[in-house]
Design a protein around this ligand. Structure first.
Ligand SMILES: NC(=O)c1ccc[n+]([C@@H]2O[C@H](COP(=O)([O-])OP(=O)(O)OC[C@H]3O[C@@H](n4cnc5c(N)ncnc54)[C@H](OP(=O)(O)O)[C@@H]3O)[C@@H](O)[C@H]2O)c1
Length: 231
């Protein structure tokens, strides 16, 4: 059965790969991005007029999310994917010398963004049959893996893990599963050219793992292939 997925940060990287893979298999996609009207999404929209909805959305902005919520009012979503994210200032992220404004910005996108989006589109997910909200976090947010370096990014991913687990417990009785994923080390603008896997491989793994997940997996922290990651 055709599903409808909404992806944030859908204009490039993993978000674009998810969008393309879902369209290829015949699903409908709401591709949300700060500027969805140009670039790769505009090209895709001309090929997939019926299946692709472009939605302007800045996850850090209450006004932008409220406007997008209005546009999507009444439209059921099977799966909502919080994918948008930033790494933050490179080189000034040290535990010994911190760019605090840069750190704050990372939290705006990576922590407050996913919760703002999950709250806004919860009625759409409740109206759908899939009832899943997935967040692309990172194994770099694992405290158990004894981290060092990249403090703003790592702390934001640890914080979004906690945020979405608390959210997951708040929506557990509504049968909505809340899932946390490390997408692999992926060749995107963020991951860099030397990363392990192509965006398409990550996207296909994420989609297969999300497809096979339900309430039994709510509040799990796993890789794109479904392997558990220590908190
Ligand atoms: N690549 C990896 O190896 C890797 C590993 C672990 C986790 N992740 C996570 O995977 C997710 C996707 O990463 P990626 O590698 O695809 O990164 P990317 O290529 O840098 O793409 C990031 C996406 O997030 C969007 N974004 C940034 N700020 C936003 C905002 N305020 N509102 C809406 N969208 C915003 C960007 O949109 P603009 O074009 O408008 O900037 C872009 O679409 C992120 O959450 C990242 O932390 C990636």
């Amino acid at each position: 059965m055709t599903q409808t997925w909404m992806i944030t940060g859908a204009n490039r990287g993993i978000g674009l790969a998810l969008t393309m893979a879902l369209l290829r298999r015949g699903d409908h996609v709401v591709a949300a991005a700060r500027n969805p009207w140009g670039g790769a999404l505009a090209e895709l929209a001309s090929e997939h007029m019926a299946a692709l909805t472009l939605l302007e959305l800045d996850v850090t902005s209450d006004n932008s999310v409220a406007a997008a919520k209005q546009v999507l009012a009444g439209r059921p979503l099977d799966v909502l994917v919080n994918n948008a994210g930033i790494h933050g200032p490179r080189g000034t992220q040290s535990a010994l010398s911190m760019d605090f404004d840069g750190w704050r910005e990372v939290f705006e996108v990576n922590v407050y963004g996913p919760l703002r989006v999950a709250q806004a589109f919860l009625p759409n997910v409740e109206a759908g049959a899939g009832r899943k909200i997935a967040t692309i976090t990172s194994r770099m947010g694992s405290i158990g893996l004894n981290p060092s370096g990249s403090l703003p990014y790592r702390s934001s991913k640890a914080a979004v893990n906690m945020t979405m687990v608390v959210f997951g417990n708040a929506v557990r009785e509504r049968d909505i599963s809340v899932l946390l994923f490390h997408p692999g080390w992926v060749r995107t603008d963020m991951g860099g050219g030397g990363a392990d896997i192509a965006p398409d491989e990550s996207a296909l793994g994420l989609i297969a793992t999300i497809d096979s997940s339900g309430m039994a997996q709510t509040n799990s922290f796993r890789t794109w292939q479904g392997e558990a990651i220590p908190w």
